[in-house]
Design a protein around this ligand. Structure first.
Ligand SMILES: Nc1ncnc2c1ncn2[C@@H]1O[C@H](COP(=O)(O)OP(=O)(O)OP(=O)(O)O)[C@@H](O)[C@H]1O
Ligand SMILES: [Mg+2]
Length: 253
């Protein structure tokens, strides 16, 4: 098999090879290879501007890579829009833009994917019930599906966004700095939500600057530096100090 082909018999979920992304003269991703298996939890780390968000935005269809290939379950795919990415079962949760703050929990969970039923009130009832089920499934007990997102805590908001991914049977959930600007208690909640995803066999890519958070959830850690992949290490083969040293030095050896 050539190195550009994937084996459909492995449990590999997503593979990217030779990814290049430019923003004008800025070469944000330089020949990056990245893969994640079904149910695997990968921590993506690196200094500010390393290319982490750019890489996941290529996966979620917000950016097109100028060069490189993407395979999903062994088949080459083109991800040209967020819609393409969602159709594959990839859900991206952003720190800020995850939810519409002025809409209810249930409207947020179903945004853009409302069930098709004839009667308006029935549709709302279905959405409300399914929303509460989705939240309970995550261990998140909120009072009503009709409360607006703006009244929830940061941790609860992340919970709603993750519940949405779960409800629509995502195979891969991407979280870009979900714990930034949360309280200690909220961070613990969000890490617990991520563990729930893992227990349900859903693959997770988790971006954060907090290496302790990465160590509490990731199976494998990928380090980017100035647009290049610097390291790809199993958690058991590294520790917080070594990893932090690697990120600061930005080079191996
Ligand atoms: N939309 C854009 N237009 C122009 N340049 C961009 C754009 N998005 C990212 N870049 C540039 O690409 C590089 C990588 O940025 P990226 O946002 O991927 O970094 P990051 O690793 O997510 O950093 P941070 O930890 O600060 O979020 C940076 O030099 C950044 O300025
Ligand atoms: Mg970023």
């Amino acid at each position: 098999m050539s190195s550009n082909e994937s084996n459909p018999n492995t449990k590999e979920l997503l593979k990217m090879t030779g990814i290049h992304k430019y923003f004008g003269k800025v070469h944000s991703l330089i020949n990056v290879d990245f893969k994640i298996d079904e149910g695997e939890n990968v921590g993506l780390v690196g200094d500010n501007g390393a290319g982490k968000s750019t890489l996941i935005k290529v996966i979620s269809g917000y950016h097109r890579a100028e060069k490189g290939k993407i395979y999903f379950k062994g088949k080459e795919v083109k991800i040209s829009s967020p819609k393409d990415s969602r159709a594959l079962g990839i859900e991206t949760v952003y720190q800020d833009q995850a939810l519409a703050p002025d809409l209810s929990i249930s409207r947020n969970i179903f945004m853009g994917r409302e069930p098709v039923v004839a009667l308006g009130f029935l549709k709302k009832k279905v959405m409300d019930e399914e929303s509460m089920d989705a939240l309970k499934n995550m261990g998140l007990y909120l009072k009503s599906p009709n409360i607006t997102i703006s009244t929830l805590s940061g941790g609860e908001r992340q919970g709603v966004a993750i519940a949405r991914a779960l409800h629509f049977k995502a195979k891969l959930v991407i979280l870009d700095e979900p714990t930034a600007s949360l309280s200690v208690k909220e961070v613990r909640e969000v890490l617990e939500f991520v563990n729930q995803l893992k227990r349900k066999g859903i693959a997770v890519i988790f971006i954060t600057h907090n290496l302790h958070h990465i160590f509490s959830i990731a199976d494998r850690i990928v380090v980017l530096s100035h647009g290049e992949k610097l390291a790809d290490i199993k958690k058991k083969d590294t520790n917080v100090d070594d990893l932090s040293e690697l990120i600061i030095r930005g080079t191996i050896g």
